[in-house]
Design a protein around this ligand. Sequence first.
Ligand code: ARG
Length: 436
Amino acid sequence: MNLADSATSPFQLPEAGSRPASESKRELKTQARAFLEAMAADSVAGKWIPDVTERWRNIELEIDSKGTYLHTYKELRFGTRLAWRNSNRCIGRHFWRTLQVVDARQCDTAEDAHRHLANHVNEAFNGGNIQNVITVFPQRKPGAKDAWRMVNHQLIRYAGFKQEEGATLGDPDSVDFTEYCESLGWNGVRTRWTPLPWVMVKDGIVLPPHDPFQSDALTLQEVPIIHPDHGATAELDLRWYAVPLLADMALKIGGVVYPFAPFNGHYLGTEIAARNLTDPDRYNVLEPWAKACGIQPSTQRSLWKDEALVKLNQALLSSFDHAGITMGDHHEMGRAFEGWCQAEAKQGREVPGDWSWLTPPISGSLTPQFHRSFSNAVVTHTNYFYQEPVKVKGMSYPSKAKDTHRLLVGDAFSQDQPPATCPFSKLSSTFKNLWS
Ligand code: ARG
């Protein structure tokens, strides 16, 4: 089986318009119904639907006549949150009720879209006390081009400039998109840490790149990464931006697809220190970092890489703390997530999850996630999905990250509701009180 085949993955949305209308209406009704029932059953949001029977009748009529239906604001608000709760790979899901929802379903012009995005970046940063925010743009409509998409992977990401002799200045994962932006006329300064401009696609038409950072319309919030005990690490000029703002995933609520709904949480230190700065095909800084910490890169068995990696993770956490910007660590997040899983289980709700994502890339066995299993059943009516990249001329997508996502879903399966019980999902009793 080809695991990279997007059609087999429940994390990947099928392309729009790939099914006959009657079949897609039936499927939409099934998913709309499952969402409405989940909302009605929720202890908080259940009260937001005054009359479920009447609401269901209206949704069915709307689907019959228009092939889709509109969510009320409260459905939208609960739906974005439920989609987060259903995201099996996210270790921060216990915050799901805190998501702040901005309704941008009326957004029509480029100015309006840029204003929404700039507000999102500011609201999310919130002076360093990061808030979880989603801005929801118009839903997909049958037979129409998507009103809005964005070519960017995140609202803030560093450019990657290919240099002579094959080296890259900046983030190698951004090289293709950076070249695409330059082909559209963007001429950002060539540094290791240049934020990319925004490239919006309106009704299938690519708009000129908009660079809110170059024009000073937005301040780029970033943190220098320095180890408190190793002053020489300052000379490496490492840094990272404050907020991860995902822009290329689709939101689905009760079968309705929102192809552009940028959202953010806050970072977990390992995402930056153990991956973005360390991966050999990203910033790849481990060797110079080790030297700056006085660690000699010698034999593998000296574990110099591991030692340097721990120091880089320490530096990341202490630098963000020093800057007063929210940053998670894998111990605290792991503990809190496990606590939530146990509280949910007491209520008869099993939390499904993807073990390979919930276990951090360093010190896995020090977290509770390592010592238990999860059902990886994916709730498909309401969730966040990878989607086909927006098709624009002159842009290719060989991104390793995207292939990895596809390859990792081989053990996931789709399901309308979370599993009631999973025989393997209990934390081993030996470990139970270590994290309580
Ligand atoms: N891992 C991605 C990055 O390093 C961000 C993914 C979302 N992370 C989050 N904490 N919400 O940029």
